[in-house]
Design a protein around this ligand. Structure first.
Ligand code: SAH
Length: 347
């Protein structure tokens, strides 16, 4: 296949995506990365959006094989932040120039419909920020209530588009159900982010191509592709981590195909590679999601081992990232960074 021709195509077919993911020649890989960077510039510009994550609880009712928060992991210290504490932390970072707050937790029904609605409403009352929820699978009625309370976005990764692999990873959950949640969330007006893990045991390049195609089919507003990292205390603690280069290739192909979606340079990528964030931003990414969970909670949100930036002072996070972003000629966005699809549809 002629790589230059392929990279110019408007729409890539499944076999072409697989071919690009399998590239091994350095020159060709660099052509792929350069094209992804160009598509990012055309569709998203040079701004990088910072989404501040508050991991407010690490209790989880699920038992996913890969995740350190799984309920049968007895080796982590569990915590819950009070709703008022979450609101206070959110406002502290909003005052430092953060325009999206991501409220993330394990699947923890202790935070019922009202508690989450209270947090959303209290944050929104004082500031014009976007709120993303990442709480796992909840009742459809709750999604509606939280939308009315002011939530803007929902992050719910599909983890893998291979239904058999999905069923093997999750004790009681099915891919079809996950996809129903994604469809419903879109239907009622959430901007929806999803994505996969790369390097899951037995995962193939075909599976990863299907992950990218799924993001297109569901017209997602954000698509996150991050490497799997073994988590201590899980059945998969001794598995191999995902490959950094394959993650970068996936992000690049996704950018070329999905065009105007938001793509983050994930913390998992930065955990496996010191320069992961910068490398990600250069191959299609336009979002970074720093962890603003306060100590002593932060070090206990152990979805996997040695998570990047867990020990640094969160107060410095924004300026540290700003320096890195500006060092490659990009700039930190001063807006909420809503879905580019909304903007493109309106025009
Ligand atoms: N309970 C929420 C959020 C879970 S944490 C939910 O179910 O959506 C957010 C993400 O962390 C997960 O969706 C998963 O993609 C990622 N994650 C969990 N364990 C991981 C691991 N071992 N390596 C890499 N990513 C992991």
């Amino acid at each position: 296949m002629d790589i230059n021709e392929l990279l110019k195509k408007e729409n890539l077919k499944r076999h072409e995506i697989i071919y690009l993911l399998g590239l091994s020649d350095e020159k060709e890989i660099n052509l792929l990365f350069d094209r992804a960077d160009e598509v990012r510039r055309i569709y998203c510009g040079d701004e990088v959006h910072l989404r501040g994550i508050i991991n407010f609880s690490n209790y989880c009712e699920q038992d996913c094989l890969y995740c350190g928060l799984r309920k049968s992991n007895k080796n982590i210290t569990r915590y819950r932040m009070s709703p008022d504490e979450v609101v206070e932390v959110a406002h502290k970072f909003i005052n430092k120039g953060i325009f999206t707050i991501v409220l993330q937790s394990g699947e923890d029904s202790f935070y019922d419909t009202d508690k989450i609605a209270y947090i959303i409403y209290s944050i929104k009352q004082k500031a014009d920020v976007a709120i993303t929820l990442s709480l796992g699978e909840r009742d459809f009625e709750e999604y509606k209530t939280w939308k009315i309370a002011g939530a803007d976005r929902y992050l719910i990764k599909h983890e893998t588009a291979n239904p058999k692999l999905y069923a093997a990873l999750h004790e009681n959950q099915k891919l079809t159900e996950r996809l129903e949640h994604i469809r419903f969330l879109k239907e009622i007006g959430y901007q929806v982010g999803s994505g996969n893990m790369i390097g899951l045991p037995n995962q193939t390049l075909e599976d990863i191509a299907d992950d990218i195609l799924l993001c297109k089919e569901y017209e997602l507003d954000m698509a996150a592709f991050g490497p799997f990292i073994p988590a201590p205390g899980t059945p998969w603690q001794n598995k191999k981590p995902g490959d950094v280069l394959l993650t970068l290739k996936t992000m690049a192909v996704a950018r070329i195909l999905l065009k105007d979606v938001h793509i983050p340079a994930t913390t998992a990528l930065a955990t496996l590679d010191e320069n992961g964030r910068i490398k990600g931003l250069k191959v299609g990414a336009n979002v970074i999601m720093p962890d603003f969970t306060p100590s002593p909670y932060r070090e206990n949100y152990q979805i996997y081992a040695n998570r990047k930036c867990v020990k640094d002072n969160p107060d410095d996070c924004r300026s540290c990232l700003q320096l890195q972003i500006e060092s490659i000629g990009r700039k930190v966005s001063n807006s909420r960074g809503d879905s580019l699809k909304l903007f493109n549809q309106a025009n």
